[in-house]
Design a binder for this molecule. Structure first.
Ligand code: FES
Length: 73
């Protein structure tokens, strides 16, 4: 993963940071993108921040929830 600050906002709709996503993976044992969505609300609005294949925004995201989850699997 590229070098992002932990406070980098992955989900702009719900204002969810890298740190918040890592927290539910580490401390609440989130193992799937669905669980990350349920626990943080990231990716529950436009859904462009979940994974690249689902990013239909004009300006593509720099990092996705999936990238963060992949760090741990
Ligand atoms: S940027 Fe995450 S739901 Fe829109």
């Amino acid at each position: 993963m590229k070098d992002f600050s932990k406070s980098y906002e992955v989900c702009n709709c719900k204002k969810v940071t890298i740190e918040q996503i890592q927290d539910v993976i580490i401390n609440q044992q989130a193992k799937t993108l669905r669980e990350i969505q349920d626990l943080t609300t990231a990716g529950t609005e436009c859904r462009h921040c979940i994974f690249p294949e689902g990013d239909f925004g004009k300006i593509k995201k720099k990092i996705y929830c999936k990238d963060i989850l992949n760090q741990f699997v």
